[in-house]
Write a protein that binds this ligand. Structure first.
Ligand code: NAD
Length: 483
């Protein structure tokens, strides 16, 4: 299998290589085979990326929003036309099954490009009457933005960050995760084909230090990170030193609460989606599944039946429903959590072992009788490991659901409309679902509270994170000076 790009980086409209940078080997998670070899960005590559972004941004911001939008819409069209080829690359990069990458990853990126293409021309300032005088406001671009991605949705993340950045007149230098560096390079190619002027979307590869060099550069106005909480704390602090804007999309340990009166099949299906989609490597996953005692055993029985039927295997086979984890590091981490849960007394309902040989597979795994203090209930696993916890009353489950440093997402399953809204109102989470889970249409703002993040991606909410307001006071009368 070969997925070698033309070069490691994409700067100022072209592929760029600098073999002085440390090696990055890209492995196909289903086999461990090396499918591409890249180099980390050297200081010279980083400098070229930031300089060309800075150079290109002014003219782009000066264009009519409808013209900028047209470029983004063309990029969305190209992504859709090349859907099959891009999905295959995403599967090679991440190990996710092709049945997911065809419908979820690049398609949601195309949605973001289309959405912000339409939003840009309709985003305006306001006029504030002051009697004789008035104020008007302008929503201006921030300048050069840095995007730093995680490895779980590499192409979606690149699109979700670049679409609003570019739509509102910014440039973006994007650093993908070193684990999944391939998709962002394709996006850079597609933007050029769609007519984006060179320099406005540059891709530089590297590990944390390359991200660190971008975040602290004086030319950078904003940093948008998708990653873990510890990385978020470092990047937020580094950005703060330069008074830069930030968007932080970080981790979670989100509650999914299932009341006795919920539709059992729907709740089971949602809990599976909330833990097994992308082999559990989704930040907003509902990994603490609180099930009311009355339906607990029936819930666990259906969950085990349906989980045991999940088809694992070759991610390129359309019949495969679950692929491997992204890396050996992640495999070892997830297996350690499984062993820890057993040692701490959780009841293994299904799974718990490695999957098909040769790749970094873990079976869909469910633990019952998980207590709040167990590691499995407190830490983000980022693998297909569901923790089921029992509860009796609404007040109890709300308090327990909120007893975490995280606040990314939450879900409630119940037939009681009043209770659904009451519980969601009481949960400390930025992104919530009622009788659904993990649906993230671009129209809806996405992001977390507490340690899970700052700011929002998508929806109208993203406008304020990629623009700044200039207020202009217009005096229409004589200046009344006291001296
Ligand atoms: P990570 O924090 O290890 O790395 C994220 C990115 O930050 C990578 O590109 C990495 O190279 C870079 N980085 C690391 N140290 C840095 C530093 N000091 N300065 C600048 N950049 C640095 O996360 P990961 O393992 O790639 O991804 C998994 C995590 O991402 C999980 O915690 C998951 O919940 C989170 N995530 C959140 C969202 C969301 O939208 N909230 C979405 C996807 C993933």
């Amino acid at each position: 299998m070969n997925a070698q790009p033309k070069a490691s980086h994409f700067v100022d409209g072209a592929y760029v290589e600098d073999t002085a940078g440390a090696l990055i080997e890209v492995m196909y998670p289903a086999t461990g085979e090396v499918i591409a070899t890249l180099h980390e960005a050297t200081p010279a590559v980083i400098e070229a990326a930031l300089a060309s972004a800075k150079r290109a941004q002014g003219a782009w911001a000066a264009m009519r929003p409808v013209e900028r939008g047209r470029v983004l819409r063309r990029a969305a069209d190209i992504i859709r036309v090349r859907g099959a080829e891009l999905a295959r690359l995403e599967t090679l990069d991440t190990g996710k099954p092709i049945q997911e990458t065809v419908v979820a990853d690049w398609p949601s990126g195309a949605d973001a490009l289309e959405y912000f293409a339409g939003l840009a021309p309709t985003t305006t300032g306001e006029t504030i009457p002051l009697g004789r005088d008035f104020v008007y406001t302008i929503r201006e671009a921030l300048g050069v933005c840095v995007g730093i991605g995680a490895w779980n949705y590499p192409s979606q993340i690149a699109c979700w960050k670049s679409a609003p950045a570019l739509a509102f007149g910014n440039a973006m230098v994007f650093k993908p995760s070193e684990v999944t560096p391939l998709g962002a390079l394709k996006l850079a190619e597609i933007f050029i084909e769609a007519g984006l002027p060179a320099g406005l979307f540059n891709v530089v590869q590297g590990r944390g230090a390359v991200g660190g060099a971008l975040v602290t550069d004086a030319r950078v106005a904003k940093v948008s990170l998708t990653g873990s909480v510890p990385t978020g704390q470092k990047v937020y602090a580094a950005a703060a030193a330069g008074m830069r804007h930030v968007t932080m999309e970080l981790g979670g340990k989100s509650p999914l609460i299932v009341f006795d009166d919920a539709s059992l099949e729907d709740a089971v299906g949602a809990a599976m989606l909330a833990n097994f989609y992308s082999a559990g490597q989704v930040c907003s996953n509902g990994t603490r599944v609180f099930v009311q005692k009355g339906i607990k055993e029936r819930f666990l029985q259906r969950l085990a039946e349906r989980s045991n039927a999940i088809v694992m295997g070759d991610p390129l086979d359309e019949a495969t429903q679950m692929g491997p984890l992204v890396s050996k590091v992640q495999l070892d981490k997830v297996l350690a959590y499984v062993q820890g849960a057993v040692a701490q007394g959780a009841r293994l309902v299904c799974g718990g072992a490695q999957g098909p040989k040769g790749g970094w597979f873990v079976q869909p795994t469910v633990f019952a009788d998980v207590a709040d203090g167990m590691t499995l209930a407190c830490e983000e696993v980022f693998g297909p490991v569901m923790a089921v916890l029992d509860f009796e009353s609404e007040a109890e489950v709300v308090a327990r659901a909120n007893d975490t440093q995280f606040g990314l997402a939450a879900g409630v399953f119940t037939a009681d409309l009043t209770r659904a809204h009451r519980v969601i109102g009481a949960l400390q989470a930025g992104t919530c679902w009622i009788n659904a889970y993990n649906l993230t249409p671009v129209e809806s703002p996405f992001g977390g509270v507490k340690a899970s993040g700052v700011g929002r991606e998508n929806g109208h909410a993203a406008v304020q994170h990629y623009t700044q307001i200039k207020s202009v006071y217009v005096g229409l009368g004589p200046v009344d000076a006291p001296y």
